[in-house]
Design a protein around this ligand. Structure first.
Ligand SMILES: Nc1nc2c(ncn2[C@@H]2O[C@H](COP(=O)(O)OP(=O)(O)O)[C@@H](O)[C@H]2O)c(=O)[nH]1
Ligand SMILES: [Mg+2]
Length: 299
């Protein structure tokens, strides 16, 4: 039997459940998930391989109205995934309906792709029946598609969706070895797990001001030594991150280390440093150093 393979872009508003779905589809926690909007900052790739198909899922930052250069780079990552995709899966969140201005952002983004668009209404484990029905109507009216009803969290409805995705992929050989689950280096996932913990442990604007970067990763050592920098936007945020007597940063280190050890399956020694990188969300060069790509005309 011929195999099928291709790229599936996961898109939708912030918080629709894209990252949760990626993790469910791949069966591994690759993409960080939090209750707050705009957690995913860069594209995360997860690979699901069966005997008959290989689907490469591109998790993307939410489609949002852009307010600074960092958000511009996030939106670009979503658009880039849309341009590369063989299939697009749009996730709708029935617990938070789209307002008109926001629907426009989604519609414009979908213009980037020539690929067929499938729509799924997520969170059916939590949303009320009328809310699910309203989101389904939205899928039909705005996007011309009969939606799949799923819960990325419980996995309900996901097998049916997977079958439809598989049927929609072109015939072709696999792109990656069958046991590959991800494309990013381990360092990326480590830095993301720390960023996820920042989202969990700090309030207000702090999580949005903190970028993480692995500086050292010594795998030959037991425990594995990891040195990581937390880059803050303003010097005053350094004190908040560290906390009184270093209590906050110790809590961050403990919780982050536990997640990294689960991910790597080995004991870890985690060293955290905090450094200001003034105004990094607004600076082209700083964003480039953090691995973001911006379109030429972005300012
Ligand atoms: N009840 C419920 N919550 C979900 C589901 N999928 C995601 N969530 C929650 O929605 C929030 C945002 O999820 P996330 O995957 O980070 O959304 P993203 O911004 O689209 O990547 C988190 O609190 C998730 O736990 C679902 O199927 N059911
Ligand atoms: Mg996400």
């Amino acid at each position: 039997m011929p195999t099928r393979s291709g790229y599936v872009a996961l898109v939708g508003r912030p918080n629709a459940g894209k990252s949760t779905l990626l993790n469910t589809l791949v069966g591994e926690k690759l993409s960080i998930v939090t209750a707050r909007a705009q957690t995913t900052w860069q594209r995360v790739t997860g690979i699901r391989t069966t005997a008959s198909s290989q689907m490469v899922f591109l998790d993307t930052p939410g489609l949002l109205e852009v307010r600074d250069l960092h958000q511009r780079a996030m939106l670009e990552a979503a658009h880039e995934a849309l341009r590369e995709a063989d299939l697009t899966l749009l996730l709708l969140d029935p617990t938070r309906p789209l307002e008109e201005s926001r629907r426009q952002v989604v519609v414009e983004a979908l213009d980037e792709t020539d690929a067929p668009i499938l729509v799924a209404v997520n969170k059916i484990d939590e949303a009320s029946s009328p809310a699910i029905e309203a989101a389904a109507a939205e899928a039909r009216e705005s996007f011309g598609a009969e939606p799949f009803l799923i819960s990325a969290r419980t996995g309900e409805g996901v097998p049916t969706l997977v079958n439809a995705l598989e049927a929609g992929l072109p015939e072709g050989p696999f792109y990656y070895p069958a046991d590959d689950l991800a494309l990013q280096p381990v360092r990326f996932f480590v830095s993301e797990l720390v960023r996820e913990t920042v989202f969990e442990q700090y309030d207000d604007e702090i999580p949005y001001a903190v970028a993480t970067r692995v500086e050292e990763f010594r795998e030959g050592q037991d425990p594995i030594y990891i040195g990581l920098t937390l880059l803050v936007e303003r010097p005053s945020q350094k004190g908040i991150l560290i906390g009184k007597g270093g209590r906050a940063i110790r809590a961050l280190g403990t919780a982050s280390r536990a997640k990294i050890e689960t991910f790597l399956g080995r004991p870890v020694y985690l060293d955290l440093w905090v450094k200001p990188l003034s105004g990094w969300r607004r600076k082209r060069r700083a964003l480039a150093r953090l691995g973001y790509r911006l379109p030429e005309d972005a300012s």
